[in-house]
Design a protein around this ligand. Structure first.
Ligand SMILES: [Ca+2]
Ligand SMILES: [Ca+2]
Length: 357
């Protein structure tokens, strides 16, 4: 082989090798690089307990997808399963494969609330009892209050917005929050009296009430009322809401506390004054007019004991006064006037209570 022939072969081989390397590196037979896509599939477990957004789709390789699970009412998000295992409802997925994820939901825990029940003197709450009870939200709880003898149930007070009937001793309360409620009881005392004096110069009462007439009445007070008089010898028990007050039926007229504007004082005086005395006093300041329009300035009842032995405390009693322990000097009195004749005379009736129960 000549030197020239060998050189030619080397040149050709070198060209072939260079071309081969260029072809291997550049791959001119391949087109532009194609983009890989992946599929995201989602599911909800149990079905209907929530939703997933986005619900799925096709994504280019490397795309980050933010997926959020939202519970339906009454459920709470629990965890992801399948291609994800996070417990956060919002997750981020980088699409470098096909993924299938399931949002798992659970029943939301039911709120529970305390119901605290108490009662005033004179009765108790027998169902569910007194104290603090805990219920699931939405529970309808039966309530039953029972009065002791000599008392009557009045109403429920406190957080009473969901009590079916606040004026019924047997009712229900629907637990929608933390509630504190009280069953209220009052003392109701019936009285019978005989008229001693009728002073009515302007004939406002039209002769309906006469000396010797028997009249009847009822008064109601709350034995839990606090004493507003700092004196240790005087107990002032002021009532400002119905049904507290007094009603007297006399001569066809009804003298009664205005239930919409109650100002009814029960005053208990024990060993008061330089010469110690006891007193038992009722006074209603705001009263409804009579059927004939006449105004009623006051309805009052006072018992006196100059021996200071009738009572031994300023405390508000829960039982009627024992009439034989008292003198009726002032007695049961009714006073008012004609609203059309402000310069005219008052009418005035005095009676003495003969029986209480
Ligand atoms: Ca006092
Ligand atoms: Ca006394």
């Amino acid at each position: 082989m000549s030197r020239n022939k060998l050189a030619g072969i080397i040149v050709v081989c070198t060209i072939v090798i260079v071309v081969a390397i260029v072809l291997v590196v550049l791959k001119p037979w391949e087109g532009p690089a194609s983009t890989q896509t992946y599929t995201l599939t989602t599911a909800v477990n149990p079905p209907g307990t929530g939703s997933v957004s986005p619900s799925g789709g096709q994504y280019e390789s490397g795309v980050q997808v933010t997926v959020t699970a939202t519970p339906a009412s009454g459920y709470t998000f629990d965890y992801w399963s399948g291609s994800a295992s996070e417990t956060s409802p919002t997750i981020s997925i980088t699409m470098n494969d096909d993924y299938s994820i399931t949002a798992n939901f659970a029943a939301a825990p039911v709120d529970r609330h305390d119901l605290t029940i108490s009662s005033t003197e004179g009765g108790s709450v027998t169902i569910p009892g007194e104290g603090t009870f805990t219920y699931d939200a939405g529970t309808v709880v039966d309530l039953v209050a029972e009065a002791e003898e000599g008392y009557q149930f009045v109403n429920w007070t406190g957080d009473v917005g969901t009590i079916d009937d606040v004026n019924d001793a047997t009712t229900t309360v629907t637990i929608n929050g933390e509630y504190t409620i009280t069953a209220n009881f009052v003392v109701t005392i019936n009285i019978t009296a005989q008229v001693e004096t009728v002073d009515d110069p302007d004939n406002i009462l039209g002769g309906a009430i006469n000396v010797g007439d028997i009249i009847t009445g009822t008064y109601t007070y709350n034995p839990a009322t606090t004493d507003s008089n700092a004196l240790p010898t005087v107990g002032d028990y002021r009532h400002t809401s119905s049904p507290c007050g007094i009603t007297v039926n006399a001569g066809g007229f009804v003298f009664q506390t205005d239930p919409g504007n109650v100002d009814f004082l029960v005053e208990i005086v024990n060993d008061h004054g330089t010469t110690a005395r006891d007193n038992y006093l009722l006074r209603s300041y705001n009263n409804l007019p009579l059927a004939n329009g006449a105004l009623v300035e006051h309805i009052a009842w006072q018992l006196d004991d100059p021996t200071a032995t009738a009572i031994s405390s300023e405390a508000l009693p829960t039982t009627p006064p024992i009439l034989t322990h008292w003198e009726s000097t002032f007695g049961l009195t009714l006073r008012g006037h004609d609203p059309d004749d402000p310069m005219g005379s008052d009418y005035f009736v005095r009676a003495h209570v003969t029986a209480v129960e």
